[in-house]
Design a protein around this ligand. Structure first.
Ligand SMILES: Cc1cc2nc3c(=O)[nH]c(=O)nc-3n(C[C@H](O)[C@H](O)[C@H](O)COP(=O)(O)OP(=O)(O)OC[C@H]3O[C@@H](n4cnc5c(N)ncnc54)[C@H](O)[C@@H]3O)c2cc1C
Length: 231
């Protein structure tokens, strides 16, 4: 891409291969932790390039704590430091550091890699590892994908909802998952995040007593349908 064209709003993108008319441009430049100040004072970075912290958000320097986008977290599935620069994580980091500094007992328990975003009317929620990431990590990973709904099929206004589960073949340990929906149904991903934080399996998911009433879910919750699909 060499330039954006338009009058008042973007109308086209200039590229080395020609001009492409467009209504929307998404620029994904990536992000990196702003650790220059910390490095200058001798704070150690971890393997991700963000500041290495323990579960009390302590750095290698006594009385120096790190919290937020500059700091690493512990990944509950990968069992190693991981950089997840998100607002809820930053808040938990900060609360933990503040409590510890104030002399209280507090720990940050790490991240499962949970995130959610909305693109137009569609909510996309993920947690843990994608199939690609799990295979890259060396897991004998498999996935199931199911189409369901965010309410009973006969309930007025119920909408399609999609679930993907990633698990380890053999142990059936859950490694990750995603829920895509047209509304708050995507927050079902939180049940998967809870299981991932405890090393849960497909059987643990099947054992969950999930809420049901026609406006909110089919009689078999989509997560349970996905878990059954593994069998
Ligand atoms: C467009 C956008 C949308 C997002 N949406 C979500 C979302 O939906 N959900 C989610 O979980 N997360 C989201 N995030 C990420 C979230 O905003 C960040 O993870 C969070 O704000 C990190 O908090 P922080 O306090 O670590 O850093 P920041 O919020 O970046 O605060 C750091 C502050 O330090 C200041 N600062 C930097 N250097 C210095 C210096 N040398 N001296 C003094 N001050 C300094 C900065 O000006 C800034 O005010 C989004 C981020 C962006 C950019």
């Amino acid at each position: 891409m060499t330039a954006l064209r338009g009058s008042g709003r973007v109308e086209a993108v200039e590229t080395s291969e020609g001009v492409v008319p467009t209504d929307l441009v998404l620029i994904a430049t990536g992000i990196r932790p702003n650790v220059e100040l910390a490095q200058a004072m001798g704070v150690a970075l971890g393997p991700t390039g963000a500041i290495a912290t323990d579960e009390r958000m302590r750095t290698n320097l006594e009385e120096v704590y790190a919290a937020g986008d500059v700091a690493e977290s512990f990944h509950q599935v990968l069992k190693r430091p991981y950089w997840l620069p998100l607002g809820d994580v930053a808040n938990k980091h900060g609360r933990t550091a503040g409590a510890v500094i104030a002399g209280k007992e507090a720990r940050f328990h790490g991240v499962a890699g949970t995130a959610i975003f909305k693109a137009f009317g569609l909510a996309v929620a993920t947690t843990g590892l994608s199939l690609e990431a799990a295979l890259k990590e060396g897991y004998a990973a498999k996935k199931v994908f199911i189409k369901s709904r965010d309410g009973a099929h006969y309930y007025p206004g119920s909408q399609p909802l999609f679930v993907e589960l990633v698990y380890e073949e053999g142990t059936e340990r859950l490694l990750g998952g995603a829920v895509v929906a047209f509304g708050h149904g995507a927050l079902r991903v939180d049940a998967l995040a809870a299981l991932l934080s405890r090393g849960g399996t497909v059987e643990d998911l099947l054992a969950l007593d999930l809420a049901y009433a026609p406006p909110f879910s089919p009689v078999w919750d989509p997560l349970l349908i996905a878990a059954q699909e593994v069998r």
